[in-house]
Ligand binder design. Structure first.
Ligand SMILES: Nc1ncnc2c1ncn2[C@@H]1O[C@H](COP(=O)(O)OP(=O)(O)OP(=O)(O)O)[C@@H](O)[C@H]1O
Length: 233
């Protein structure tokens, strides 16, 4: 049995004629918290979107729990987005993708996508409230009325409602004041990953430095190996 939850080999992806990712290789082990760090526009979001099968095109191998979910047409079931979510990958998209007219609790319920997650949604919501205490009070508030930090908590909380084994968190600090970003990141570090894993895409390296297990740099659609923050620019 492999200790890798996710293994990516030779992944290229893009939109129409634009190639954004170039032959990416990396793996994420069970229990690991990994950061993909790089400046805006270098392909972090596209990497997450390729894992979820949401890019214009992709080729190469993406294996999740040893099952192929990558893009080639010959690879069969499990490679379309709903199937990938059901297999156990949950993404918090960049910019939150919230619905202003829904309440906090309604958002959380949206994330309970699988049958098991839906049946256990009250207990799961309770765990999200333990992780993000301000949301407990705000459970019946419309998300459109919340602050940026509270909305980020809702967006991350929604991903935690799925019955997922791998969490992809895209730019948790985006648009937030430094203190709030730190609070959000601390919460991410407190999520228990027993047999699960988390990948965080971020451009603020300082925020994650010393907190995640491993950091890989991304530049112009290529991974640059493990980095300290000095190597990144
Ligand atoms: N839907 C799309 N159609 C065409 N080009 C796109 C699309 N989404 C992203 N791109 C292009 O792909 C490149 C990589 O963008 P991507 O969003 O993956 O980078 P990123 O590192 O996540 O940066 P950011 O934090 O700004 O999202 C950019 O040149 C961007 O303009």
């Amino acid at each position: 049995m492999s200790r890798n939850l996710l293994k990516i080999e030779g992944l290229s992806a893009g939109y129409g004629p634009l190639r954004v990712l170039h032959e990416i290789d990396f793996a994420v082990a069970k229990g690991e918290r990994l950061a993909i760090v790089g400046l805006n526009g270098h392909g972090k979001t596209t990497l997450f979107r390729a894992i979820m099968h949401l890019v214009g095109w992709q080729r190469g191998s993406v294996r999740f729990e040893e099952a192929e979910i990558g893009g080639s047409r010959s690879l069969g079931e499990g490679r379309r987005t709903p199937g990938i979510v059901r297999m156990g990958i949950a993404m918090t998209p960049q910019g939150d993708a919230i619905f202003p007219g829904l309440t906090v609790r309604q958002h959380l319920d949206c994330g309970a996508y699988t049958k098991e997650a839906w049946h256990g949604r009250d207990a799961r919501a309770d765990k999200v409230f333990d992780l993000f205490p301000p949301l407990r009070e705000l459970r019946d508030s419309l998300v459109g009325k919340l602050s940026g930090g509270e909305r980020r908590m809702v967006s991350i909380g929604r991903a935690l409602m799925a019955d997922a084994k791998l969490y992809l968190i895209d730019e948790p600090s985006l648009g937030l004041a430094p203190k709030i970003s730190e609070r959000v990141v601390d919460a991410l570090m407190n999520i228990s990953l027993d047999g699960k894993a988390m990948v965080i895409a971020e451009q603020n390296v300082e925020l994650l430095s010393g907190k995640v297990d491993r950091m890989i740099g991304m530049h112009a659609g290529r991974l640059r190996g493990e980095v300290g923050h000095v190597d990144l620019v």
